[in-house]
Structures are given as structure tokens and as C-alpha cells.
Design a protein around this ligand. Sequence first.
Ligand SMILES: [Zn+2]
Length: 123
Amino acid sequence: MSKKINPNLTSEQESVLFEDGTEAPNTSELNHEKRDGSFHCANCGEKLFDSDTKYESGSGWPSFYQSLPDVFETKTDHLLGYARTEYHCKKCGGHHGHIFDDGPNPTGKRYCNNGVCLVFKPK
Ligand SMILES: [Zn+2]
């Protein structure tokens, strides 16, 4: 179960994190974030991705080919009428996005993450 930890979340952040919402594509400033650093859960602060694994997928959402080890739990949803792998922050249960199989080497995975769920911390 997800639980709200950060009392300052916006209504859009709550919609994505706790109601499996999706932000509009190409709206996240993090799409263009190219500095060295790390990406953390906007709700609980858990470190989820290193900037090394971020890449430009052209999807309109911040994309990563790999998460840090053991930070997400996955489940299958059928919200769009077909199976997708959805992932949640293991620590707080917040919904972050979906994993697709069209990512680059070395994993072939694409973590398609809602930017509103992430906080970037530059090195
Ligand atoms: Zn979290």
C-alpha cells in the first residue's frame, strides 16, 4: 500500500503517485536534465536512479534504462486494454511509471517515469 510521506506534494503529484495517474507528455523539466546527479522519489526521498542511466527516449517522459537495485516493486496493469508492467517505489508504494522492452543496451529496458514523481539532486 502506498502512503503519503511528503506533506507538500501537489495535487498532480498525488494523482500520479497514489491514483496511478500519468502526467502530460513533454511537460517535465526533468526531460532536459543532463547534469550528473541522482533522481529521488518525490514522496519518500528514496534514491531511485543515477543520472548515468538516463537517456533521451523521445517519449516525452524522463527515461532510464536501469534503476538502482531493489528500489521498485512491479505489477501488471491493464488500464489501456493490454498488459503493461507498472512500477512502484518499494519504500512508500508510490506509483512512478511503466517499464517497456524498447530501451537501449545494456538492459534493453525503458523505465518511463513521470517527472513529477522525481526530485533531481545534482552532484
Ligand atoms: Zn517513495
